[in-house]
Design a protein around this ligand. Structure first.
Ligand code: PEP
Length: 241
């Protein structure tokens, strides 16, 4: 039995005032899922304080390095100091805008787990890759990079988010059937470990489409971008999970 999980990715949005108002408006009591809020770095302490014991905190990125001369970077151990539990790795915006390839993403995954954080590993294909019939191959390669870099039973302390790049921030959602096909593929790709792994869907999730997505057998929740900036809309998605 997998506990549903809904994570908010605020991306580079918000302010101190926004974060305070968000928690005043957020009511996820009785939602029956794990709720994770991933704000920009500067708001992690504030969000950790406001989130209390019922809501978990995540970072949107982390360094693959432990410490040293890496200006502008933040390590996994520093995130733990901020009471962070989760860290997103391999978000498609990091892959496409900051040139993060699958090997680097895998190193970040390993660094997160080594420090005791739970990585939320994002995988997904571009529209071109889907149209070329290569979606599943691309996702398999993204997973393989992590398998090559990590040792032991890595999937019992990880979350995977299937985020088709063509559905992120575009208003185009994968149909529940399209998403389910990929989620099933990912679960099978992980072998015996797959049955217990939470696999989230991400890509223009809103309250209006969440229920149909969550009704699919292998969709265990969502990674929510745009709609997570509205506390009431986000709470409705959490309640649907
Ligand atoms: C995301 O950034 O992970 C995401 C899924 O964004 P959106 O919900 O806005 O498509």
């Amino acid at each position: 039995m997998r506990t549903p999980l809904v994570a908010a990715n605020w991306k580079m949005n918000g302010s101190r005032e926004f974060a305070e108002q968000f928690f005043t408006a957020l009511d996820v009591k009785g939602a029956g899922c794990t709720v994770v809020i991933c704000p920009p770095y500067p708001y992690l302490p504030l969000v950790a304080e406001k989130a209390g014991d019922d809501i978990a905190v995540g970072a949107q990125n982390l360094s693959q390095e432990a410490s040293g001369a890496f200006t502008g970077e933040v390590s996994a151990a520093m995130l733990l100091d901020w009471k962070v539990d989760y860290a997103i790795v391999g978000h498609s915006e990091r892959r496409s805008l900051y040139g993060e390839g699958s090997e680097l993403v895998a190193r970040k995954f390993v660094a997160a787990q080594a420090a005791g954080l739970i990585p939320i590993l994002c995988v997904g294909e571009t529209l071109q890759e889907r149209e070329d019939g290569r979606a599943l191959d691309v996702i398999a390669a993204q997973l393989q990079a992590v398998k090559d870099a990590a040792e032991g039973d890595i999937w019992d302390r990880a979350v995977i988010a299937y985020e088709p790049v063509w559905a992120i921030g575009t208003g185009k959602t994968a149909t529940p059937e399209q998403a389910q096909e990929v989620h099933r593929f990912i679960r099978e790709n992980l072998g015996e470990s797959g049955a217990a792994v939470q696999i989230l869907y991400g890509g223009s999730v809103k309250a209006a489409n969440a229920e149909a997505l969550f009704a699919q057998a292998d969709i265990d929740g969502a990674l929510v971008g745009g709609a997570s900036l509205d506390a009431e809309e986000f709470a409705r998605i959490c309640r649907a999970a």
